[in-house]
Design a protein around this ligand. Structure first.
Ligand SMILES: CSCCC(=O)C(=O)COP(=O)(O)O
Ligand SMILES: [Zn+2]
Length: 240
């Protein structure tokens, strides 16, 4: 495939075109420390096209023409920028699109997300969740894909945690397993690595990711002050 093939799929004056949106979001996420050092990324599903960033590049410097485009039905690349490889996160993004019908999936290496995974007791094979309640920002998270509305102030937020592995793509199986065990979740934490957050569309994925990051930061600060995350105090917190 020549370098310019299907460039029309990623070149647009429309600021809302997925290839433009991914670049703009990653620039914003870089300032939050979510996608620094080439880590993290974002993918968007638009109709039958999946837009995916390249692997190992500075995510805040990407151009729309750096984007890969995958045909969602056939799983074939219909645009492949030469010399680049698609993000290793691709099978995880695809899991959010196929299993949850997501329109956008964001992967961050946020330090708050990583710290929270270190504060929850490891429970092998169970994807033991991070749990918290009684915070206003919990209202930023939907109840679940098959449930109406968002969580309430008195609801408990649960985000499953899976164990990290040597290669990002090999996280797919445990991410899919966590999605099955937690059918209402819109996010999965990866211990010592970061988080995957998805939403029905770009706006929802972004605001849910922001709400979660805010909650994780608060949770880390609460832990430092010895404040419990849940009213019964049984929130999987480690002793030490
Ligand atoms: C220092 S980043 C290590 C890889 C990673 O965890 C990640 O999220 C980025 O993967 P990509 O293939 O998109 O560069
Ligand atoms: Zn990563």
């Amino acid at each position: 495939m020549a370098s310019t093939d299907n460039e029309h799929l990623v070149r647009s004056d429309d600021s809302q075109h997925p290839a433009n949106v991914i670049c703009e979001l990653c620039r914003k996420f870089y300032t939050l420390g979510w996608v620094t050092g080439t880590g993290g990324g974002t993918s968007i599903r638009h109709e039958n096209h999946i837009f995916i960033a390249p692997s190992g590049v500075q995510k805040e410097l990407m151009k729309p023409t750096d984007m890969f485009v995958l045909d969602f039905s056939t799983r074939e690349y219909i645009r492949k920028p030469p010399t680049l490889k698609p993000s290793a996160c691709m099978p995880l993004f695809l899991a959010a699109f196929t299993r949850r019908g997501a329109g956008c999936c964001i992967h961050t290496h946020s330090q708050w997300a990583v710290l929270v995974t270190l504060l929850v007791e490891r429970d092998i094979g169970q994807a033991a969740p991070f749990e918290i309640e009684l915070l206003e920002q919990i209202k930023g998270i939907p109840k679940g894909p098959k449930r109406q509305g968002n969580l309430g102030y008195f609801d408990r937020l649960q985000i499953p945690i899976i164990e990290n592995v040597a290669h990002e793509e090999d996280l797919t199986e445990s991410l899919e397993e966590a999605m099955e065990i937690y059918p209402d979740t819109y996010a999965v934490l990866v211990r010592r690595h970061g988080i995957y957050v998805w939403g029905d569309n770009v706006h929802k994925a972004k605001t849910q990711c922001e709400s979660l990051d805010y909650i994780f930061q608060l949770a880390v600060e609460m832990k430092k002050l010895n404040l419990p995350w849940t009213s019964d105090g049984k929130s999987g917190l480690t002793d030490g």
